[in-house]
Design a protein around this ligand. Structure first.
Ligand code: ADP
Ligand code: MG
Ligand code: MG
Ligand code: MG
Ligand code: MG
Ligand code: MG
Length: 664
């Protein structure tokens, strides 16, 4: 999460009044950051991952599992652990001696849900291959430390969502009745959110800005005995505590869908994020663009979210649910009413796939950009006056079409150009699948790019595998100057496709056919020496954009597509292999990396299952499952226990081999 400033938050109508003020100051701060950091060069290629956990709590006697709301106690225990602090870990503010890179003790962070925990390595990882081999062990260490600071009945689990969050019998300990002033949810209490004032204010102001509660309808999976049409039986149409209780009487809950009504249903999901530091701003902008088309592919490949609120869903991933859970657009912006008080119709939620490219790469054709992209022209003009080029100004002027949601009265007194709080206010509440992170003021951190679409995996082996894969493909991109550009609206479409049940095996995604640079270039290998790029091709005449990409299966994208003329897409893993061949990697490292790449390859070719498929299968073959889409308390208990077992044994006991393969 972003900065957690303390102060007096403004309620919605008040925050709205100062929105332009915050945006303008945010743009001035961005310009100042840019002036100071645009020339930063030769920053190290660092990277870091983030793992999010659900803290579950078992009652074995009654075969029940709940979410534990003890985040604050657990973080306090971590923050006061002398041994952990002396090893360079703990919590960010208390971390000691966290300089350099490498395998230090982990750092723990709060998250939106009071049942969540986030852990990162104590220091970012460096460029060396040795660091890649420390990742999995470090992730396991994080989980072990987290567990040691929990109660015996608690466990840190990496399921994306708690299967019965918001189910009527109550899914949390301790118990709080639903329907508080902030969320006004009929399923969840306000106590579900981190009590730091930023979080409940965020939820309340999103709701107030919309003029009604957030509306999350997930298609229900229709099984043999699912009543049809399906009317979510947990919805209460007779509540009259808050004006928002009218939402369901006004049609908020859709037939054949699971209905949810609060930010926690989305922001309570766990994901796997990777942040890279680039050598300079230009390289960062290139990474941002080239990783963007990979987003939906990795979303589908990491699919792990087949259950909501006690029902099997007909989708496999969390993305759209989070998107809707923080969608603050009002009826005018949504196009439900004619524009009167608002400036634009806005096609996407502030949590969505990204909508523009930012690199100055000559290969970026204007046809790849969205001609209908909405930007704040006035702010864009100011950025251009301040020296930004059109493309980067467009990116930020697009993010700044949103209102700031949480504004602290104390921060409006004077503009501090040594800070970036107003900029971060907008930046950190634009939750796109890529994030371009400028250097924080007063730090020696460089320009960073964050890859955000992946779902958290049940085991640390898998989380390490996906993290390392993204690191290696990024190195291949930079080393071989690869080109994955497709028109950005195709990425938006791919993101939708990724939601389809078992998309990884059944769907096709728009992907660029030829990723190779069409000129003879010499590229710097990771060793720093310049080597001929084995992939460069003679220049090809520029044809219609539509000829540059086609629909491919995930298997083709990951493992390659053989075609009669030998010219098919080579596959992301073969590209990584070529990169590894081009640099000096010792045999042992190569073998270790091969284990991770094999997992990615087998997920893509369908020989190993995604977590979504495994969980769905677990439920559907459970003796207590009644083929009616309901995932009841007992099944949930067994499922969470099964996930814990998989996390501990990683398939070595023969359990969940469908997902993990045969492991020693
Ligand atoms: P956020 O939640 O804002 O995305 P976090 O601070 O939780 O960010 O974590 C981001 C990740 O970036 C962590 O894994 C951290 O180790 C890593 N990181 C920190 N500094 C750098 C850096 N200079 N370059 C690359 N990664 C970094
Ligand atoms: Mg997080
Ligand atoms: Mg974080
Ligand atoms: Mg942070
Ligand atoms: Mg019971
Ligand atoms: Mg992050």
């Amino acid at each position: 999460m972003g900065l957690l400033a303390i102060g007096t938050p403004l309620d919605w109508p008040e925050a709205k009044k100062v929105a332009s003020h915050v945006r303008e100051w945010g743009i001035e701060q961005l310009l100042e950051v840019w002036r100071r950091a645009k020339g930063k060069e030769r920053d190290a290629l660092l990277w870091g991952d983030e793992i999010e956990y659900l803290v579950v709590c078992y009652d074995d006697e009654h075969r029940e599992v709940r979410l534990s709301l003890r985040q604050a106690d657990i973080l306090t225990a971590l923050a006061t652990d002398e041994k952990l602090l002396s090893q360079g870990g703990g919590v960010p503010d208390l971390q000691r001696g966290a300089v350099g890179t490498g395998d230090t003790a982990p750092v723990f962070h709060p998250e939106f849900g009071r049942f969540m925990l986030e852990a990162t390595p104590g220091k970012p990882w460096g460029i060396g291959f040795k660091d890649l081999l420390d990742v999995e062990r470090n992730m396991k260490w994080r989980r072990k430390i987290a567990k040691e600071h929990m109660a015996p009945s608690e466990f840190p689990i990496t399921l994306t969502t708690f299967p019965r969050l918001g189910a009527k019998e109550n899914s949390i300990v301790p118990y709080y009745p639903p329907s508080g002033d902030k969320l006004r949810s009929q399923f969840l209490p306000d106590e579900i959110a981190n009590p730091h004032i930023r979080f409940p204010t965020l939820a309340a102001n999103i709701r107030a800005r919309r003029g009604r509660k957030v509306e999350i309808n997930v298609p229900v999976f229709r099984d043999e005995k699912t009543p049809w049409p399906f009317k979510d039986p947990t919805v209460d149409y007779d509540l009259r505590n808050w004006p928002e209780d009218d939402d369901v009487r006004n049609g908020a809950a859709k037939d054949n869908h699971i209905y949810m009504d609060a930010m926690a249903f989305g922001m309570g999901s766990c994901c796997l994020q990777i942040t890279f530091q680039a050598m300079n701003i230009g390289e960062g902008r290139k990474m941002y663009d080239q990783l963007s088309p990979l987003g939906p592919i990795l979303l589908a490949l990491t699919a792990a979210t087949p259950i909501y609120k006690g029902f099997l869903a007909d989708t496999d991933v969390r993305w759209n649910q989070i998107s809707r859970a923080v969608d603050d657009r009002n009826p005018e912006e949504l196009g439900e009413k004619p524009l009167k008080n608002d400036r634009w119709r806005i096609p996407k939620s502030r949590y969505a796939s990204n909508s523009t490219y930012i690199s100055q790469d000559a290969r970026l054709r204007t046809e790849y950009l969205d001609p209908d992209l909405i930007v704040d022209e006035k702010l864009k003009q100011r950025l251009i006056e301040g020296g930004l080029d059109d493309r980067l100004a467009t990116h930020f002027a697009h993010l700044f079409i949103r209102d700031p949601i949480v504004v602290f009265a104390e921060d409006l007194k004077e503009l501090d150009l040594d800070k970036a709080d107003h900029f971060e206010n907008l930046q950190s509440t634009n939750w796109q699948h890529m994030r371009f992170k400028p250097p924080p003021q007063g730090s020696d951190i460089g320009w960073r790019v964050e890859f955000r679409p992946m779902e958290i995996q049940v085991t640390d082996f898998e989380n390490a595998a996906f993290s390392i894969f993204i690191v290696l493909i990024t190195r291949a991109i930079l080393s071989f100057d690869l080109n994955f550009y497709i028109p950005i609206p195709r990425t938006t479409e791919n993101m939708e496709t990724a939601h389809i049940r078992d998309a990884v095996n059944t769907q096709k995604f728009h992907f660029r056919k030829n990723p190779f640079p069409s000129r003879h270039v010499r590229v710097a290998g990771a060793s720093g020496t310049s080597t001929p790029n084995p992939f460069s091709r003679p220049p090809t005449p520029v044809g219609p954009v539509e000829d540059e990409y086609e629909l491919m299966t995930i298997n083709e994208v990951i493992n390659g597509k053989t075609s009669a003329d030998g010219d098919g897409f080579p596959g992301l893993v073969p590209l990584v292999e070529s990169y590894l061949n081009s640099v000096n990697v010792d045999v042992e490292t190569r073998c270790e990396l091969a284990r991770y790449l094999a997992l990615i390859q087998k997920r893509a070719d369908g020989s190993l299952w995604t977590a979504a498929k495994w969980i769905r299968h677990f439920v559907q073959t459970h003796p207590d499952y009644k083929k009616d889409s309901v995932v009841d308390e007992g099944v949930t208990y067994d499922l969470v226990k099964a996930a814990e077992r998989i996390t501990r044994n990683e398939g070595r006991d023969g359990f969940a081999e469908e997902m993990l393969g045969k492991r020693q």
